[in-house]
Design a protein around this ligand. Structure first.
Ligand code: ADP
Ligand code: MG
Length: 616
């Protein structure tokens, strides 16, 4: 059963644990007593009883203790049922049965646990990627120090092949970096002096010195780990319902057992009912599936903050997309500068760059790049005021420079984005910026269309630029010139619980927040995105969306199927048990086979593939 889905690590874990040895020892006593019973002798039956009792103490007593602790804490769970069954067997004088049932129940539980642990593996993998120590440079000397002792601006040396220990900026050297721990992609990414590198990623070939910016829990990987850990504990809606029923389950099974005994006067039947009635698989199905799905997503560079979001993705009726940086590449280029009588192209770009310096907006980056090409000397503006979704202004030499969208820029109908530059409130020119649609966006939209999901492009940009991108990627409805509050209105107009918003985390935090599920792109807008979004595509890849949807649907379906299977198995076994068709031992065996099957089914979500998704 186990070998089919699991990897070797499952076996390793089972056999490594000292629990296994203990349980196995207790279990071994059972066949030994069976062998002894063939012998004759004075004290043989006494010895057999003693060994069986020892076996019950090893395997059954822990269950009974847990059951008592549960009662004390007023948290009734399934342990009570098994405990009563074991105690009833003992009172009935059937020590063999008590020992066997104890053994099968704990052995089954151990396998279930190992399988759930393997589902948790990918999360553990994330935690293990960051090193504990870093080599720092102080007064020209290399010193190895614990990460926890580092501070910001410390200089850290990273050799080829080493994992980068902190988030920071390269101040010397160049290299390529494997960022797969964050993004799920092991393509080397070139990094040169001045670029940022992240803790937990691997320095492939160069020797680099970095200036520490963020350490430990503050680093991106640190935040991701925290978020995934807390996501693991979050409960899906399905799990909440299961929890609610579970509290009724135990008394109900007890009731059935008592009634069975009263009617049939056969204690064995009542014991079987107690054993097969345990809703183990029913309780495990949801949590294991959720952990497996969240872990699987994390491996693909998708940070999911809770199983409930996956559940919502599975049933979402609409996906709304932000344009700039989400459906477009986010690496726009200045392609046109409209000058005026008094200012030439370079001056216009230079003034704009002065205010855009420090802005994370994709348009700002393109203007800065252009300023670089023009060899402008940038003079960062003071008193910067950002008008989200509109523009930005600041003071340069006591004059106010404003860059952003205006009636004028909106009416320049050329299929590209224009921003107007104003100096002391007077228009001095416009900059035309072209942002390419992501080549993968079209396939994503095709997938969504094929899945009967409403899609729309919502943007603050001008009509012609939005229309062009919408046409290119195959989105039929688009809304242009939306201010941030209008974007929010568009989102909240959609029926509650059914809308997913995909944005880049820049300028669209409110939209990410109010949508039912907010998905943010990548590390670029990292802090905002990590904090506000419900799901973050750490690798900035829009083409992961079909995978995410499939994973969500698989998770939801698996939970439903698992719960249905559990209920059917439980019900049939209950009937068979009360009719005397199952002995307690057979009941324990069939019950555990059922539970393990359900847990394996849930855990198998971790093996969901994504490679072939865009082709189908
Ligand atoms: P989108 O909705 O396409 O993601 P935004 O909401 O970020 O776009 O911005 C909407 C419009 O506001 C942009 O097309 C641009 O005209 C203007 N704008 C926003 N921020 C800036 C900025 N930092 N510099 C220049 N223009 C900006
Ligand atoms: Mg945007």
């Amino acid at each position: 059963m186990i070998g089919r889905h699991s990897d070797l690590s499952v076996y390793k874990e089972i056999f490594r644990s000292s629990d296994f040895l203990k349980i196995a020892f207790g279990g071994m006593l059972i066949p030994i007593t069976l062998g002894l019973s063939k012998l004759s002798g004075n004290n043989i039956s006494l010895i057999i009883s003693g060994l069986l009792l020892l076996s019950v103490v090893i395997n059954g007593l822990p269950i009974i203790i847990e059951a008592f602790q549960g009662i004390i804490k007023r948290k009734i769970n399934v342990d009570e049922l098994v405990s009563i069954a074991i105690i009833a067997c003992l009172f009935n004088g059937n020590f063999l049965e008590a020992a066997t049932v104890s053994f099968i129940m704990v052995f089954g539980a151990m396998i279930e646990e190992a399988v759930s642990d393997s589902a948790r593996k990918s999360i553990q993998g994330l935690i293990e990627v960051t090193p504990d120590v870093a080599i720092t440079e102080k007064n020209g000397k290399e010193v190895e120090r614990k990460i926890s002792e580092l501070s910001i601006d410390d200089i850290v040396l990273v050799r080829p092949g080493d994992t980068i220990p902190v988030d920071g900026k390269i101040i010397e050297g160049m290299t390529s970096v494997d960022e797969s721990s964050l993004t799920g992609e092991s393509i080397p990414i070139n990094k040169e002096k001045g670029t940022e590198v992240n803790a937990g990623t691997i320095n492939i070939e160069g020797f680099i010195k970095i200036c520490t910016q963020k350490i430990g829990q503050d680093s991106t990987i640190g935040k991701v780990i925290e978020l995934v850990k807390s996501a693991e504990q979050s409960k899906t809606e399905g799990a909440r319902i299961v929890d609610k029923y579970a509290t009724f389950f135990t008394p109900f099974i007890l009731f059935v057992a008592v009634v069975t005994f009263l009617i049939t006067k056969e204690i064995d039947r009542a014991i079987t009912v107690l054993i097969v009635g345990c809703p183990c698989s029913f309780l495990l199905a949801g949590p294991v599936a959720t952990v497996a799905a969240i872990g699987r997503a994390a491996k693909a560079g998708i940070l999911v903050k809770g199983g409930a979001y996956l559940e919502k993705i599975a049933t979402a009726k609409a996906f709304y997309f932000d344009k700039t940086g989400t459906v477009t590449s986010g690496n726009p280029k200045v392609v046109e500068v409209i000058k005026s009588a008094d200012y030439n192209e370079k001056q216009i770009v230079n003034l704009a760059a002065n205010v855009e310096y420090g802005s994370r907006h994709p348009l700002a980056k393109s203007i800065l790049k252009k300023a670089n090409e023009f060899d402008c000397s940038i003079q960062p503006a003071k008193d910067i005021i950002v008008e989200i979704g509109k523009g930005v202004s600041g003071k340069v030499n006591n004059r106010t420079v404003w860059v952003g969208s205006t009636e004028e820029s909106q009416s320049l109908d050329k299929g590209i984005t224009f921003v107007t530059i104003k100096l002391d409130n007077k228009t001095i020119g416009h900059i035309g910026i072209f942002d390419q649609a992501r080549p993968e966006a079209k396939k994503v939209m095709e997938y969504l269309n094929a899945n009967n999901v409403d899609i729309a492009l919502i943007s603050g940009d001008q009509e012609s630029a939005v229309r062009k991108i919408a046409d290119q990627v195959g989105i039929k409805s688009y809304y242009a010139r939306l201010k941030p509050d209008e974007k929010m209105n568009k989102i909240s107009q959609y029926k509650e619980g059914q809308l997913v918003y995909v944005g880049d985390g820049i300028n669209d935090a409110p939209a990410l927040k109010i949508s039912d599920v907010g998905i943010a792109m990548g590390l670029r807008g990292s802090d905002v995105a990590l904090e506000t979004a419900d799901i973050v595509l750490l690798n900035d890849k829009i083409e992961r969306l079909p995978f995410l949807i499939r994973l969500s649907r698989r998770m939801s379906k698996t939970i439903k199927i698992s719960i249905a299977i559990s209920l059917i198995i439980n019900l049939l076994s209950l009937i068979a048990g009360s009719m005397g068709l199952l002995t307690p031992i057979l009941g324990a065996i069939s019950h555990n086979i059922g539970s393990i099957a359900v847990v394996l089914l849930s855990a198998s979500i971790s093996f969901e593939k994504y490679e072939d998704l865009l082709d189908s």
